[in-house]
Design a protein around this ligand. Sequence first.
Ligand SMILES: CC(=O)N[C@H]1[C@@H](OP(=O)(O)OP(=O)(O)OC[C@H]2O[C@@H](n3ccc(=O)[nH]c3=O)[C@H](O)[C@@H]2O)O[C@H](CO)[C@@H](O)[C@@H]1O
Ligand SMILES: C=C(OP(=O)(O)O)C(=O)O
Length: 434
Amino acid sequence: MASFEVIGGNKLKGNITPQGAKNEALQVVSAVLLTDEEVTIHNIPDITDVNLQIELLNELGVSVERINRHTCIFKADNVDPGYLSSPSFQRKTGRLRGSVMLAGPMLARFHTAYIPKPGGDKIGRRRLDTHIIGFKKLGAEFDYFSSESFFHLHTPQLKGAYILLEEPSVTGTANLLMAAVLAEGITTIYNAACEPYIQQLCKMLNQMGAKISGVGSNMIIIEGVKKLKGTSHTILPDMIEVGSFIGLAAMTQSGIVIKNAGVAHLGVIPERFQQLGIQLQFSGDDIHIPEQEIYEIETFLDSSMLTIYDHPWPGLTPDLLSIILVVATQARGSVLVHQKMFESRLFFVDKVIEMGAHIVLCDPHRAVVVGLARQLPLRGITMSSPDIRAGVALLIAALSANGKSIIQNIEQIDRGYQNIDERLSALGAEITRK
Ligand SMILES: CC(=O)N[C@H]1[C@@H](OP(=O)(O)OP(=O)(O)OC[C@H]2O[C@@H](n3ccc(=O)[nH]c3=O)[C@H](O)[C@@H]2O)O[C@H](CO)[C@@H](O)[C@@H]1O
Ligand SMILES: C=C(OP(=O)(O)O)C(=O)O
């Protein structure tokens, strides 16, 4: 288990550019399975989860040519569906969530798919019902092998259907979209997720010859086609990195510029940080966070205490709540952070409390943060990173704290943030990888 040794208290300065979006990358690299022609993808983040997904594709028989660190050419003209039932596939898929999205394209083009229990963050129950029930509506049959915890899906040919999702699952919508593009007839996915990740996937699939309308809404209509062709696609900047860097700048009282932030695709993210009192200046596609001594949390219009909660897009992504919570500890004022989607994502607050923050964990979903306006600075401690976002939230806390912190289990952070230690060190942070 690797760790970061962090010396807190430095002000950071300079420019930082977000990597390509992890969650979009996991979708669009899966979609290369839908054609036997070449697909070129640019701005791929060089992070563990995405590299593992590419490794899985390669082991399935997809040729992968990495022409530079962030661009790959994929060609799925020699796929071996038999690999899906191998112990190696089962073991590797258990290390990331995104692997579940190989099922939609495999089912559409090769009529068979195995979904072993996927990995990813341990942040509460993460059922696959939305995926499986949707595939069933498209005409797939499934068997569940409880002792090995995997689903086997098969079908002679998928058929278009009306699918009303129980909830707007992000990976579920991506999976069903990728299945429906090669199904016979028309599919309607209602209550669909509509994050920029999904919009980008639709854009790429349409470039490949798919017929998808309703992109960006919660009703996506797909007219199935017989075959898809190759294309070239560029992944958007990672909006979770953008939010993380805004929080980092405020917490460390630093002035930094986030270059090429993909501002048009950030939804409510900037507003949520502005509600914490953080100033943001937009210039073209860059965001400048000026150095601020104190930021003050707004109240609602009737002066009641602010609540920040997650909600399916265009609401706030749950992936930024851990960062928002930590950033609020040094603000002036109070906020209720309500993590509605995941059951175990707030338990990391124990560590932030140990660092000296005033937080009341009301229940597994809600925490009240009392911002101390820097009257009581956080102090460095030894802690372990439980998941990607809590890991980065703890890193931000450590960078603002007095003294030395050790963050263990940084493999969690590396799953989603590319060389975060080197990129933040270039801004003046003191982080040593051990
Ligand atoms: C690889 C990938 O893309 N992972 C993202 C994806 O995971 P993933 O696609 O696995 O997450 P889902 O969208 O399926 O749902 C996440 C959780 O939220 C719950 N839920 C969902 C919708 C809703 O209206 N109400 C509700 O309670 C679900 O029951 C589930 O427990 O989307 C999540 C939600 O944005 C993000 O945290 C993950 O980073
Ligand atoms: C929850 C996340 O990732 P995953 O779904 O891959 O576990 C995340 O990116 O914050």
